[in-house]
Design a protein around this ligand. Structure first.
Ligand code: HEM
Length: 432
């Protein structure tokens, strides 16, 4: 299949060549200093790049980068061929950009539209990953089988139920195709999505987008979320770590679809995304020991209540001298624990978000209304089956969690992220 979007033509100027040399194009365009400055200022490690091709898509098992830019697209293509042509163009561009190159080879003809907008010229790959997912709308939209794929919709790609307290805004919910860009440089992630969006012209359009960030904690330390708690402690671990009571199953078993799924999903994963606003003003006025009761862990060490180290086991049966559970019945970690969810586990790969302030009426006491932070957690969780993963855990959590007094889910979606792309294939090819 050939790419209908063209190759840009010209002399094949790459992002890395620009990085290395301050070429003639930069000089003639008057931006030579930007490339040179970036090359000098690039922190060690930013040059590292993540492989694009492989058994699994990048951006799932990849150690979390510092920034994310997530976009859900609606498909407007009339025919299946237009969708596959877009996926082919995306594959070529994604392979190039993750290796630190421009989205398409760049020509030097100033009278032509540039085949890469150029906002990442001079920047290193910054461990960019691009993770693609298919929403229910690819298979069936408003009862219409637009692309002849309805019969191939995987059973696990369910319609998420409405959970207690959900306040999902349609303009921030759903989408036919998702792209998660993660990189250690926010501009690299945004640039990648901008270029993919350009390549999707006529076939897809943006439905919603969400940026995210993580604090730059030293390697091996768990990052804190905006509530000041370490977030990610009891995640499944890579590298065959021995099972514990808190983390009973291994990473591969929790995350990757196996023989139970269709061929194109084997080695893939299901992404549940939720944009969760946190009432930070309210949270910041509560005592630390109350916050710890809400989460079920100590704030500064990250240890389970009553323990001293972050990695100590939760020990849900422990009681205080009056016979009350040390980790409260409605504590977040108890409700999330595999032990009380029939062994359900997920990989949380969340980012904090900060979208400034907006006029908001709180739904919990103290019922303030006014200009409040629109900030919180862009929760992204990967699993082999959302029915036995997120849905299993969150159904209970949505009703009982003490954390719900501070959080409101305002958007999100469920996406089937196909297996990794083999060289010569395009994203999700085995589905089509
Ligand atoms: C703003 C929203 C949320 C915040 C601030 C938050 C924060 C935390 C924190 C601080 C921990 C303890 C440390 C750790 O093990 O990572 C935790 C654990 C956990 N959270 Fe959340 N979380 C949020 C939403 C959710 C949602 C929506 C789910 C849905 C399933 C969830 C599932 C879990 C699970 C499964 C654990 C691990 C429990 C365990 O086995 O110890 N969280 N979360």
């Amino acid at each position: 299949m050939t790419c209908p979007f063209g190759q840009g033509g010209g002399a094949g100027l790459s992002r890395r060549r620009l990085l290395a040399g301050g070429g003639g194009l930069l000089a003639s365009a008057g931006v030579g200093t930007i490339a040179r400055a970036a090359a000098q200022d690039t922190p060690s490690g930013a040059a590292a790049h993540e492989p694009f091709f492989g058994d699994h898509q990048g951006g799932i098992a990849t150690p979390q980068q510092a920034h994310s830019y997530f976009v859900a697209f609606d498909l407007v293509a009339k025919k299946r061929d237009e969708v596959t042509a877009m996926l082919l163009a995306w594959t070529e561009a994604a392979a190039r950009m993750t290796s630190g190159d421009t989205a398409r080879p760049m020509g030097q003809d100033p009278s032509a539209v540039a085949s890469d907008g150029g906002s990442a010229l001079g920047l290193a790959p910054a461990r960019l990953t691009l993770t693609f997912g298919f929403g229910a709308g690819l298979f069936n939209k408003d009862g219409v089988d637009r692309y002849g794929l309805a019969a191939k919709r995987p059973e696990a790609l369910v319609d998420l139920p409405k959970f207690n307290g959900d306040q999902l805004v349609p303009a921030r919910t759903g989408g036919d195709i998702s792209v998660q860009a993660c990189a250690d440089d926010p501009l690299v992630a945004f640039h990648a999505l901008r270029e993919l969006d350009r390549l999707s012209y006529g076939a897809a359009q943006i439905r919603w987008a969400q940026t995210g960030f993580l604090p730059q904690t030293p390697a091996g330390e768990t990052a804190r979320n905006l509530m000041g708690f370490k977030d990610g402690t009891n995640n499944p671990r890579l590298g065959g770590a021995p099972a514990t009571a808190d983390i009973p199953r291994g990473f591969d078993d929790v995350v990757w679809v196996g023989a139970e799924g269709p061929d194109w999903m084997r080695g893939g994963s299901y992404l549940v995304a939720r944009r969760i606003r946190i009432s930070l003003e309210h949270w910041d006025r509560t005592e630390v020991d109350f916050q710890e009761q809400v989460i079920g862990r100590h704030k500064y060490s990250g240890a389970p209540i009553g323990k001293s180290n972050e990695r100590d086991l939760l020990d849900l049966d422990r009681q205080d001298k009056d016979g009350n559970p040390l980790i409260a019945d409605n504590a977040h970690v108890r409700l999330g624990a595999a032990a009380i969810n029939d062994g359900a586990q997920i990989l949380r790969r969340a980012y904090s978000y900060n979208d400034g302030v907006s006029f908001t009426a709180e739904r919990w006491p103290p019922w303030r209304q006014g200009m409040l932070y629109d900030a919180g957690l862009f929760f992204m969780a990967y699993q082999r089956d959302p029915r036995t993963g997120f849905i299993k855990i969150f159904e209970n959590m949505a009703k009982l969690d003490a954390l719900n007094q501070f959080t409101t889910h305002t958007g999100g979606g469920l996406f089937a992220c196909p297996a990794g792309v083999r060289e010569g294939e395009f994203i999700g090819q085995r589905l089509f």
